[in-house]
Design a protein around this ligand. Structure first.
Ligand code: SF4
Length: 364
């Protein structure tokens, strides 16, 4: 059954059923831009075409398994189930500015194995399809409609390394910016990556307005290799060249994500290495507090005085720095944490992620 997001396949269905192109446009507007449920959007088409189209098109690639609302801030975690019973998560962040951001997953699990990440401890099961990626937005917007809210910014920062699923990432971006579908401003899309240099450059070439965030976490190769195995393959000097190229192509600052881990990457020497690393590259540095996970008992977040000292050192060197505060601390804020909890709870009912030592075929 073709997905509603497969525009070419749906056009063939429309021709075969012989109903007006304008009516299909109305359905899409209702579904993508007014966030109406599929059954309501389909009311834009008269019978018998409505029933025929409903029987031939898949509107949702995922099933909402559960929703977890934070009692302390505006975060909501959504757990989705794929058709094969695998679980993934998305996070709605209601910011104090009134804006809403959605963090989406691009893979079931992740092959990058970052030491500090619950998803990285799962291994990788498979890539998500573009339909599964954008369905996270469709369903989040349908929930938010009850609050008269909608997603303004979408960040590819959930489970998975987006550039390890580059083909479906690109297909999802095409849908997100397509005027016939979601019609989002590409400036409101952000891709967070552990740093796949050639994919970063390709993305900056194809979409100069889409923002990139590099999860750096250390500007010292030995430290970065210790917490992010991918650093072995892409050493810091190669990544730095990619940052230079991305800026040359996009013309706007690149985000640098830096998780502060006590006695790992939070000392004055680490800040000095970071200052040196980004010298002459326009960047914005986000310092992120660490959400501890049971699978990494050897890691602790930096305490507040250390975070402040680290930030002050960067600012004194003239860098743009923001200290982020983690939302959803009461609903397992770390990426993948809640899915792991659900797996344990549902053991037997839900299929758990299959651990593999090798990444999927299209991992760069
Ligand atoms: S931090 Fe991102 S890239 Fe690293 S293991 Fe977790 S999901 Fe994968």
């Amino acid at each position: 059954m073709p997905s509603i997001h497969d525009l070419a396949a749906i056009e063939l269905v429309r021709r075969r059923l012989k109903f007006d192109r304008y009516r299909l446009r109305q359905v899409r507007n209702a579904f993508y831009k007014k966030y109406l449920p599929a059954a309501v959007a389909l009311e834009e088409i008269a019978e018998p075409h409505r029933t025929a189209l409903a029987a031939e098109v898949e509107f949702h690639a995922l099933t909402l398994e559960s929703r977890h609302d934070s009692r302390i801030d505006g975060a909501t975690k959504l757990i989705f189930r794929t058709s094969a019973g695998l679980l993934i998560e998305s996070v709605i962040l209601r910011l104090t500015t009134g804006r809403t951001t959605l963090c989406v997953s691009t893979q079931v699990g992740c092959a990058a194995h970052c030491d500090f990440c619950a998803t990285g401890k799962m291994g990788i099961a498979r890539n998500l399809s573009a339909a599964e990626i954008v369905d996270q937005l469709v369903q989040a917007n349908q929930l938010l409609a009850a609050e008269s809210r909608s997603v303004r910014n979408l960040v590819f920062m959930g489970m998975g390394e987006p550039f390890h699923n580059e083909e479906q990432l690109e297909a999802s971006i095409q849908l997100l910016i397509d005027p016939a579908c979601f019609h989002l401003n590409p400036r409101r899309l952000l891709i967070s990556t552990v740093g796949i240099p050639e994919a970063m450059t390709r993305m900056a070439q194809r979409h100069p307005q889409v923002r990139l965030a590099l999860s750096l976490h250390s500007a010292r190769q030995d430290v970065r290799r210790q917490i992010m195995p991918i650093a072995e393959r892409y050493p810091l000097e190669v990544l730095r060249q990619a940052l230079v190229e991305v800026f040359a192509l996009q013309g706007h600052e690149v985000m640098i994500e830096y998780l502060l881990l006590a006695d790992v990457n939070d000392q004055s020497d680490d800040a000095a290495a970071l200052i040196d690393y980004v010298r002459d590259i326009p960047v914005h540095i986000n310092l992120i507090p660490y959400n501890p996970i049971a699978e990494a008992p050897h890691l602790r977040g930096s305490d507040r005085p250390r975070r402040e000292a680290f930030s002050a050192q960067l600012k004194a060197a003239g860098l743009a720095v923001t200290t982020r505060y983690s939302l959803g601390a009461d609903i397992a804020a770390a990426c993948g944490q809640l899915v792991r909890q659900e797996h344990r709870k549902n053991a037997g009912a839900a299929r758990v992620v299959t651990l593999k030592s090798n990444p999927p075929a299209n991992v760069s």
